[in-house]
Design a protein around this ligand. Structure first.
Ligand code: LIP
Length: 269
């Protein structure tokens, strides 16, 4: 896809994500008074999630008529041939519910299931994370580069856990094992921002299982364009990380982190 096309898609993603971020921030006081559960009591959705995705879909229909949208609340196509918008109206919904500021609006454009442009916008801080395939990754106009860490024992590693309790226990056990072999762990609660953190060198590595496409679609491109080694659900299995793993790491520690995770049993969580 031509650079000009990916930049045009990025600009749409930024415009829509920014407008949605304003709605999300303004809506919070009312939105959290009526929370609905999805897969379980801890897997929640608010009225703001639904309103935000409606706004995203309405604006994309205006800016890109006829282009399909796959979103967390409204679903979408399973056939990802051609151009598809992949959106998470509020990534980090539990953080949003609790008033923790670490949540984002994520909008990505994919061609044949591969991200080519994306934007992650933080409603509270206003930070805008962007990338185009082959065009680099940016935070508020500043180019992003992963950390230069080369020693796993000095690496700060992010992760996240499933809503389902038994799986969460297994995931925590593996990450707990890894904790003794790295600097420390962080669990931010928003995959898109965990991936952006790797891009910015705020984390040296990140791994999580069970994410949906909309969780990683923009953030993984941002991490990759910032120089991270990235493995996505489907291709992570070849590296022993597990079929539905999302992994991103600075090149200096990526292989050591992968091997350490596999050795700790990450492939079976
Ligand atoms: C969240 C992810 C996070 C994961 C949470 C949840 P949501 O997405 O961003 O990394 O650990 O369980 O899936 O549901 O807030 O859009």
């Amino acid at each position: 896809m031509a650079v000009a096309d990916t930049e045009a898609l990025r600009d749409i993603a930024v415009l829509v994500a920014r407008e949605t971020a304003e709605l999300v921030l303004d809506a919070r006081a009312d939105a959290i008074t009526h929370v609905v559960t999805k897969s379980g009591e801890t897997d929640i959705v608010t009225e703001a999630d639904k309103a935000a995705e409606r706004l995203i879909r309405d604006r994309l229909a205006e800016l890109g008529p006829g282009q399909p949208v796959l979103g967390e609340e409204g679903g979408g196509p399973t056939d990802l041939r051609g151009l598809t918008w992949v959106v998470d109206p509020i990534d980090g919904t539990v953080n949003y519910l609790y008033g923790l500021p670490w949540y984002a609006v994520s909008v990505a454009a994919q061609m044949d299931g591969v991200s080519v442009a994306g934007a992650v916008v933080e409603p509270v801080s206003g930070r805008v994370w962007t990338a185009t395939r082959g065009g680099g990754a940016w935070l508020d106009g500043t180019p992003l580069r992963v950390s230069s860490t080369t020693r796993l024992e000095l690496a700060l590693v992010g992760s996240g856990f499933a809503y389902e309790r038994d799986r969460r226990r297994r995931q925590a056990a593996v990450i707990g094992e890894v904790a003794g072999r790295v600097r420390d762990l962080r669990r931010g609660g928003a995959a898109s921002l965990d991936l952006c953190s790797v891009a910015a060198g705020w984390l040296d590595g990140y791994v999580e299982h069970g994410l949906h496409r909309w969780d990683w679609a923009a953030g993984a491109l941002i991490a990759e364009e910032a120089g991270a080694v990235v493995r996505l659900p489907g291709d992570a299995i070849r590296d022993g990380l597990g079929a539905d793993a999302t992994f991103a790491a600075a090149p200096g520690i990526a292989e050591d982190l992968r091997a350490t995770l596999v050795d700790a049993g990450i492939g079976s969580v």
